[in-house]
Design a binder for this molecule. Structure first.
Ligand code: SAH
Length: 243
């Protein structure tokens, strides 16, 4: 038996991590097929997060599944003290390089949310976990880890994709095959997370639902907008940890 065999399995899918690793050098390319979409939605999600969490200046924030640091740097730009974590080594390498360029005051660590939650429980005013739940084998475990990272009264925000026939048509066929908003194979529909499932995981982890919002793409204007009440495809949900 090797020493590795004794290590508990992490809540991570190597194939998913490899997919992001292969594209890692494109993280900060606003025109890139996959990451360009994240750059486009970033101001919308930042604004919504500030709406639910309040002013983030001076707050301790952890961004779980931070990738190249698109949201991390935006939050730091608003004065937050941000730690970005991911299991993608290459993404973190790009994030660290970009931080040198931008001078952003942020930290990055290669650590699983579950491990950081054990190491630093209840340490963050705000926990964000965007577009990651649909890439992990056990989203409930990630939700529980995010809840454990938040201090009592802290805010936890998730962004993910709903699972229904419409999301198959829009998020897989439309986004990956017709509009080419994302490279083919970016998403596995069966891993998408229904709002009720997310809310149930969150409730079990001691989180109260605060608000939800849809992120809707108009293929004609090629513009994303926030749409209250339309959680059919991309959506965000904010929770507060029990005080
Ligand atoms: N949250 C960022 C990046 C989203 S892309 C943003 O919205 O801008 C999804 C990210 O999740 C990738 O960086 C990938 O490496 C990461 N990821 C996938 N599975 C993971 C896991 N099990 N643990 C941590 N990060 C993971």
């Amino acid at each position: 038996m090797t020493t590795h065999a004794a290590r508990p399995l992490r809540n991570a899918d190597p194939a998913e991590l490899a997919k992001f690793a292969a594209l890692a050098h494109h993280w900060w390319d606003p025109e890139h097929e996959m990451f360009g979409t994240l750059h486009k939605i970033n101001p919308l999600r930042l604004g919504w997060i500030e709406g639910v969490a309040g002013d983030v200046a001076g707050k301790r924030v952890v961004d779980v599944g931070c990738g190249g640091g698109i949201l991390v740097e935006a939050l730091a730009g608003r004065g937050a003290e941000v730690l970005g974590i991911d299991l993608g080594e290459k993404a973190l390498g790009v994030a660290r390089l970009h931080k040198l360029e931008s001078g952003a005051n942020v930290d990055y660590r290669l650590v699983a949310a579950e491990d950081l939650a054990r190491e630093r429980p209840a340490s963050f005013d705000l926990v964000t976990c965007m577009e990651m739940l649909e890439h992990v084998p056990d989203p409930a475990s990630t939700v529980a880890a995010c809840a454990a990272l938040a201090r009592p009264g802290g805010t936890v925000v998730f962004a993910t994709i709903n699972r229904n026939p419409k999301s198959y048509v829009f998020a897989i066929l439309g986004a990956e095959y017709v509009l080419r908003l994302l490279p083919r194979g970016t998403h596995d529909w069966s891993r998408f997370v229904r709002p009720a499932e997310l809310a149930a995981h969150a409730r079990r982890a001691g989180l109260d639902l605060v608000d939800t919002i849809g992120l809707v793409y108009n293929p004609f204007t090629r513009i994303f907008r926030l749409e209250r009440g339309d959680l059919d495809v991309n959506y965000m949900a904010a929770f507060r940890r029990h005080a």
